[in-house]
Design a protein around this ligand. Sequence first.
Ligand SMILES: [Zn+2]
Ligand SMILES: [Zn+2]
Length: 180
Amino acid sequence: MRVHLDAIKDTGLHLAYEFNPARDEGLADVEQSGEAVFLGPVAVSLDLDRVADTVEVHGHLSAHLRLTCARCLAEFEQDAVADFFCVFTPQPEERRQPTPGDLELSADDVGLLFFEGQVLETDEAVREEVLALVPYRALCRPDCRGLCSRCGANLNTDLCTCPAAPGDPRFTVLSTFKKR
Ligand SMILES: [Zn+2]
Ligand SMILES: [Zn+2]
Protein backbone atom coordinates (compact mmCIF):
# COMPACT_ATOMS: atom_id res chain seq x y z
CA MET A 1 0.00 0.00 0.00
CA ARG A 2 1.33 3.44 -0.93
CA VAL A 3 1.13 6.06 1.79
CA HIS A 4 1.70 9.76 1.21
CA LEU A 5 3.52 11.52 4.07
CA ASP A 6 0.79 14.18 4.22
CA ALA A 7 -1.68 11.48 5.24
CA ILE A 8 0.27 10.87 8.45
CA LYS A 9 -0.93 13.55 10.86
CA ASP A 10 0.60 14.48 14.24
CA THR A 11 -1.58 11.84 15.88
CA GLY A 12 -0.31 9.24 13.43
CA LEU A 13 -2.15 7.21 10.84
CA HIS A 14 -3.93 3.93 11.38
CA LEU A 15 -4.41 1.65 8.40
CA ALA A 16 -6.29 -1.62 8.26
CA TYR A 17 -6.47 -3.59 5.06
CA GLU A 18 -6.26 -7.06 3.61
CA PHE A 19 -3.18 -8.42 1.93
CA ASN A 20 -3.87 -11.27 -0.46
CA PRO A 21 -0.88 -13.64 -0.65
CA ALA A 22 -2.43 -15.56 -3.55
CA ARG A 23 -2.22 -12.46 -5.71
CA ASP A 24 1.28 -11.45 -4.61
CA GLU A 25 4.20 -12.43 -6.84
CA GLY A 26 6.67 -12.44 -3.95
CA LEU A 27 4.61 -15.02 -2.07
CA ALA A 28 3.64 -17.28 -4.96
CA ASP A 29 6.66 -19.53 -4.26
CA VAL A 30 5.50 -20.37 -0.76
CA GLU A 31 2.06 -21.30 -2.00
CA GLN A 32 3.40 -23.42 -4.82
CA SER A 33 5.88 -25.29 -2.61
CA GLY A 34 2.90 -26.60 -0.64
CA GLU A 35 4.60 -25.65 2.66
CA ALA A 36 1.72 -23.47 3.58
CA VAL A 37 -1.53 -22.33 2.07
CA PHE A 38 -3.01 -19.05 3.19
CA LEU A 39 -6.70 -19.64 3.71
CA GLY A 40 -8.04 -16.23 2.84
CA PRO A 41 -6.31 -12.88 2.96
CA VAL A 42 -3.95 -11.70 5.71
CA ALA A 43 -5.44 -8.98 7.93
CA VAL A 44 -2.93 -6.13 8.16
CA SER A 45 -3.07 -3.37 10.72
CA LEU A 46 -0.47 -0.60 10.64
CA ASP A 47 0.16 2.39 12.89
CA LEU A 48 2.41 4.97 11.26
CA ASP A 49 4.06 7.84 13.12
CA ARG A 50 6.36 10.56 11.80
CA VAL A 51 9.46 10.86 13.95
CA ALA A 52 11.76 13.64 12.68
CA ASP A 53 12.19 12.82 8.99
CA THR A 54 11.50 9.11 9.43
CA VAL A 55 8.29 7.11 9.69
CA GLU A 56 7.98 4.46 12.38
CA VAL A 57 5.61 1.59 11.70
CA HIS A 58 4.04 -0.71 14.26
CA GLY A 59 2.31 -3.53 12.46
CA HIS A 60 0.06 -6.44 13.34
CA LEU A 61 -0.77 -9.35 11.07
CA SER A 62 -3.20 -12.18 11.43
CA ALA A 63 -3.72 -15.05 9.03
CA HIS A 64 -5.24 -18.49 8.83
CA LEU A 65 -2.92 -21.15 7.39
CA ARG A 66 -3.15 -24.72 6.21
CA LEU A 67 0.12 -26.48 7.02
CA THR A 68 1.61 -29.95 6.66
CA CYS A 69 3.03 -31.51 9.83
CA ALA A 70 6.77 -32.16 9.47
CA ARG A 71 6.49 -35.36 11.51
CA CYS A 72 3.24 -37.13 10.60
CA LEU A 73 2.53 -35.35 7.28
CA ALA A 74 -1.04 -34.63 8.32
CA GLU A 75 -2.56 -31.40 7.08
CA PHE A 76 -3.90 -29.07 9.71
CA GLU A 77 -5.08 -25.50 10.04
CA GLN A 78 -3.60 -22.91 12.32
CA ASP A 79 -4.01 -19.22 13.10
CA ALA A 80 -0.84 -17.18 12.86
CA VAL A 81 -0.34 -13.70 14.26
CA ALA A 82 2.70 -11.43 14.36
CA ASP A 83 3.65 -7.99 15.59
CA PHE A 84 6.48 -6.11 13.93
CA PHE A 85 8.23 -2.79 13.91
CA CYS A 86 10.17 -1.06 11.16
CA VAL A 87 11.45 2.37 10.30
CA PHE A 88 11.21 4.11 6.94
CA THR A 89 13.88 6.69 6.29
CA PRO A 90 14.34 9.01 3.30
CA GLN A 91 16.45 7.57 0.51
CA PRO A 92 19.82 9.36 0.81
CA GLU A 93 21.03 11.00 -2.42
CA GLU A 94 24.14 8.87 -2.68
CA ARG A 95 22.13 5.68 -2.35
CA ARG A 96 19.79 6.29 -5.27
CA GLN A 97 21.81 3.66 -7.14
CA PRO A 98 23.06 1.40 -4.36
CA THR A 99 25.94 -0.93 -5.02
CA PRO A 100 24.61 -4.49 -4.87
CA GLY A 101 24.71 -6.07 -1.44
CA ASP A 102 26.73 -3.26 0.06
CA LEU A 103 24.64 -0.57 1.74
CA GLU A 104 21.36 -2.41 1.29
CA LEU A 105 22.46 -5.24 3.54
CA SER A 106 23.34 -3.06 6.48
CA ALA A 107 20.00 -1.29 6.17
CA ASP A 108 18.21 -4.65 6.12
CA ASP A 109 19.97 -5.73 9.27
CA VAL A 110 18.40 -3.02 11.40
CA GLY A 111 14.95 -3.17 9.81
CA LEU A 112 15.44 0.10 7.95
CA LEU A 113 13.49 0.74 4.79
CA PHE A 114 13.84 3.64 2.41
CA PHE A 115 11.28 5.82 0.75
CA GLU A 116 11.72 8.26 -2.10
CA GLY A 117 10.03 11.62 -2.23
CA GLN A 118 6.79 11.91 -0.27
CA VAL A 119 5.48 8.38 -0.70
CA LEU A 120 6.36 5.19 1.11
CA GLU A 121 5.40 1.69 0.03
CA THR A 122 4.48 -0.65 2.89
CA ASP A 123 4.11 -3.82 0.82
CA GLU A 124 7.76 -4.84 1.02
CA ALA A 125 7.80 -4.77 4.82
CA VAL A 126 4.42 -6.49 5.06
CA ARG A 127 5.44 -9.20 2.58
CA GLU A 128 8.51 -10.13 4.64
CA GLU A 129 6.47 -10.39 7.81
CA VAL A 130 3.80 -12.45 6.08
CA LEU A 131 6.53 -14.86 4.97
CA ALA A 132 7.71 -15.08 8.57
CA LEU A 133 4.23 -16.27 9.58
CA VAL A 134 4.98 -19.62 7.96
CA PRO A 135 6.68 -21.82 10.57
CA TYR A 136 9.98 -23.38 9.56
CA ARG A 137 8.95 -26.81 10.87
CA ALA A 138 5.25 -27.02 11.38
CA LEU A 139 3.94 -29.55 13.88
CA CYS A 140 0.28 -30.57 14.13
CA ARG A 141 0.78 -30.55 17.91
CA PRO A 142 3.92 -30.08 20.05
CA ASP A 143 4.05 -33.74 21.05
CA CYS A 144 3.24 -35.19 17.62
CA ARG A 145 4.62 -38.74 17.59
CA GLY A 146 5.11 -38.86 13.83
CA LEU A 147 5.08 -41.91 11.60
CA CYS A 148 6.57 -45.31 12.37
CA SER A 149 9.70 -45.61 10.27
CA ARG A 150 8.99 -49.30 9.68
CA CYS A 151 5.27 -49.68 8.96
CA GLY A 152 4.38 -46.03 8.30
CA ALA A 153 1.59 -46.02 10.87
CA ASN A 154 0.60 -42.62 12.21
CA LEU A 155 1.65 -43.06 15.84
CA ASN A 156 -0.83 -40.40 17.00
CA THR A 157 -3.83 -42.39 15.88
CA ASP A 158 -2.82 -45.87 14.76
CA LEU A 159 -1.63 -48.91 16.63
CA CYS A 160 1.86 -50.02 15.72
CA THR A 161 3.22 -53.34 16.91
CA CYS A 162 6.74 -52.92 15.51
CA PRO A 163 9.46 -53.67 18.09
CA ALA A 164 11.31 -50.58 19.30
CA ALA A 165 14.28 -49.98 17.02
CA PRO A 166 17.53 -48.06 17.54
CA GLY A 167 16.70 -44.39 17.13
CA ASP A 168 13.17 -44.93 18.41
CA PRO A 169 12.46 -42.49 21.28
CA ARG A 170 11.44 -45.42 23.53
CA PHE A 171 14.78 -47.10 22.87
CA THR A 172 16.80 -43.89 23.46
CA VAL A 173 15.19 -43.36 26.84
CA LEU A 174 16.04 -46.91 27.80
CA SER A 175 19.68 -46.70 26.68
CA THR A 176 20.40 -43.43 28.49
CA PHE A 177 18.80 -44.93 31.57
CA LYS A 178 21.10 -47.95 31.40
CA LYS A 179 24.26 -45.79 31.17
CA ARG A 180 23.62 -44.18 34.54
ZN1 LIG B 1 1.91 -34.41 13.28
ZN1 LIG C 1 5.32 -49.68 13.02
